[in-house]
Ligand binder design. Structure first.
Ligand code: GLV
Ligand code: MN
Ligand code: MN
Length: 413
């Protein structure tokens, strides 16, 4: 007999959380360590307390909740994130974080005897305001104080200042590494964030692999001048180089392969006056491919193009790359287990890769990791319209509950 979550409680929790950080456009802005993110963390910790769970928070804000158990015994971990992109949706991250908590509550209510504890996790800054998959990267590989001191957010603010403003101790930022022995397996429920499941009428996605992620800032430097009096031929306008680079992104992605994507979601011009030719323009880039060699080619081709357009427009350029996150295959045994439980719950399932990045790709470096996808209405995500039907959220949480129990009892074979 399959176990099921308390669908009403899960929905009520997600709806309560979905009011935190909601703006006038209906979008949710809970960027990492903002007031809204801190409020969401408070909400989560209080839900854990109500369920009798203790929550441990590491130096960078990763939260691990559980009902005790032998701290030395490897535990089954499940969770996701509470932070969002600016003006994002109520389901990205929240579904997996709250469903993991719901599963831990249901396991306690059912009094299921476990061989190893199940822990619910919230990763800090999954959306990478300060660094891609910041919290899970800090957990599995750690950062030095020097690296952390260099990290700045999209508003130019320093991570260490954001941590201090949140009332936390920046001196503890490096206290994050988890021993690989502490994690038996990791499972994450997430919305698909794309159109495939809905279009196929399939209820569950069994994630086979996660795309590789790269990022960089291409900074162009020219000369500030008067917008009315400086002849067009006498300018060193870095905005033209930026525009040229951005316009070339589709061609570069196509030259690398059919799955390659490259995006500029942000341009910053200095000093930022409509009647001033800027002296500095920063182009923030995100590029991805499921294949490691293609990811490297994307990075090389975009950076070469940045240098080329800078020369063509008589400005200079600097390429500031982010740490790359490698493409990741998820554990075959976990994939089989997810597919089997979907079938037992009479849910249709399909194997699929993920084009979005997830903390599971970091967790996969220290433990067997698996991911369950549920459909996204209209394939929309990272926008206020993001939605997943409540029945789909429940389906995904039911699959998660059953695999967590199997992992914590029989285990992987
Ligand atoms: C995470 O949401 C990503 O950017 O893929
Ligand atoms: Mn996201
Ligand atoms: Mn997410």
């Amino acid at each position: 007999m399959s176990l099921t979550v308390n669908a009403g409680r899960l929905r009520a929790d997600l709806q309560a959380l979905g009011e935190i950080g909601r703006g006038p456009d209906g979008g949710i802005s809970r960027t990492a360590f903002s007031a809204a993110d801190l409020q969401a963390r408070e909400w989560y910790q209080s839900a854990c307390r109500e369920a009798g769970l203790t929550v441990q928070v590491d130096g960078i804000g990763n939260m691990v909740a559980g009902a005790g158990g032998d701290p030395a015994a490897a535990a089954v971990w499940s969770g996701s994130h509470l932070d969002t992109v600016p003006s994002g949706g109520a389901f990205d991250g929240a579904v997996g974080a709250v469903a993991a908590l719901e599963c831990v509550r249901r396991i306690a209510e059912e009094g299921i005897g476990l061989r190893r504890p199940v822990r619910a996790i919230v990763f800090a800054d999954e959306e990478g305001n300060y660094s891609p998959l910041l919290g899970s990267s800090a957990l599995v590989q750690g950062f030095t104080a020097g690296q952390l001191a260099q990290m700045t957010g999209r508003d130019g603010d320093r991570l260490t200042d954001a941590i201090a403003a949140a009332g936390w101790d920046p001196g503890r930022l490096t206290a994050t590494r988890v021993s690989p022995n502490a994690v038996y397996a990791f499972a994450e429920l997430h919305i698909e964030q794309g159109p495939k499941l809905e279009a196929a009428g399939t209820q569950i996605g069994v994630v086979s692999s996660i795309v590789g992620l790269g990022g960089a800032v291409a900074e162009f430097r020219g000369r500030a001048d008067h917008a009315g009096t400086t002849p067009m031929t006498a300018r060193q306008d870095p905005m033209l180089a930026a525009a040229d680079l951005i316009a070339g992104l589709p061609g570069i992605a196509a030259s690398v392969g059919p799955a390659a994507v490259a995006t500029c979601g942000r341009v910053d011009a200095h000093p930022g006056g409509a009647n001033v030719v800027p002296d500095r323009v920063s182009v923030t880039l995100d590029f991805r491919d499921p294949d490691a060699a293609n990811l490297a080619a994307l990075s090389a081709r975009i950076s070469a193009r940045a240098a080329e357009v800078a020369r063509a427009h008589g400005v200079t350029s600097v390429w500031l790359p982010d740490e790359q996150i490698a493409p990741t295959s998820l554990d075959a045994r976990m994939q089989a287990m997810i597919a089997e439980h979907a079938t037992s719950l009479e849910l249709s399932a399909v194997s699929m890769p993920s084009g979005a990045g997830h903390d599971a790709q970091n967790m996969a470096t220290i433990a067997p990791a698996g991911m369950i996808f549920v459909p996204s209405a209209g394939g929309r995500s990272h926008c206020p319209e993001e939605h997943t039907d409540w029945a789909d959220v429940t389906n995904g949480a039911n699959v998660l509950l059953n695999i967590l129990v199997e992992l914590a009892t029989a285990g992987l074979s």
